[in-house]
Design a protein around this ligand. Structure first.
Ligand SMILES: [Zn+2]
Ligand SMILES: [Zn+2]
Length: 260
């Protein structure tokens, strides 16, 4: 029924347009509030920006975990199938609250604000890549959330890095349990084989995976395996934030658990 489909598309476009206008109107009526402290005036105020811990110190060259600039104990035991992981900031304080709002409260416009932190940190440790690929959500989860926060970050990041962004290069083939509260071993099993990469889009290219938070790197590792199987020439990862992880105790103590 092509006529009906065309009509549906028109309605969908009009609805999306209305949502955009409603959002703009709300922004006019209600000034932006700081994601960190809720004070009105901006999406992330100067005081909260001061609180941000940049990940600029020494770190494991493979997984990016802060510490001595040598291979960490976790990477010695089970190396990630990645060329390396970098993160802009620590997953704490205002950044943690902002990520929570972006992922679970529909505050989509925080994506370019948070991508701004990634843009600021990039020149310190740039990576030799050709293409940005966000870590995909399963389509059902993306539909529930309305967007993929990793794709939002990657889209904002791409022009600043002067690199293309290709969200279709990687798909999530099955719904996985939220990684929060799983051990490192469980995390790897949970996302193993969950992703598939497009040979035409990712083959022969050096990919920069983009995600919001890296904890053990299990999700990034599973994505990298799919990209390597599709012939990618290299796979690096760049996340907004790095969550604390104790490889000896195998825990984050993370309580940010609110899966969609
Ligand atoms: Zn603030
Ligand atoms: Zn490591």
């Amino acid at each position: 029924l092509p006529a009906l489909r065309a009509g549906d598309e028109r309605v969908a476009r009009r609805t999306a347009g209305l949502a955009v206008w409603a959002g703009r109107l709300l922004d006019l009526v209600f000034p932006p509030r700081c994601a960190g402290c809720r004070r009105p005036g901006s999406d992330l105020c100067a005081a909260c920006r001061e609180e941000i811990h940049w990940q600029s110190g020494p770190a494991c060259p493979a997984c990016g975990r802060p510490g001595p600039a040598t291979l960490c104990s976790a990477c010695q035991r089970a190396p990630l199938p990645l060329d390396g992981v970098r993160s802009a900031v620590e997953f704490a304080g205002p950044v943690r609250r902002a990520v929570h709002l972006l992922k679970y409260r529909g505050r989509r416009r925080l994506a370019p604000v948070l991508a701004g932190l990634m843009i600021d940190a990039w020149p310190q440790r740039p990576l030799p890549v050709d293409l940005l690929v966000p870590v995909p959500l399963h389509p059902s989860r993306e539909a529930a959330r309305g967007y993929n926060q990793a794709a939002e970050l990657a889209r904002a990041l791409a022009p600043a890095l002067n690199l293309p962004c290709e969200p279709r290069a990687l798909v999530r083939r099955r719904v996985t349990r939220p990684q929060v509260e799983l051990s490192a071993h469980e995390r790897r099993a949970n996302v193993s084989d969950a992703f598939a990469a497009d040979v035409a889009l990712a083959g022969g290219r050096r990919v920069l995976l983009v995600d919001d938070v890296c904890t053990t790197g299990a999700t990034l590792g599973a994505c990298a395996q799919a990209l390597r199987a599709a012939g990618s020439a290299g796979v690096w990862a760049y996340t907004l934030a790095r969550a604390a992880w104790d490889p000896e105790r195998d825990t984050t103590g993370d309580v940010l658990t609110e899966p969609v």
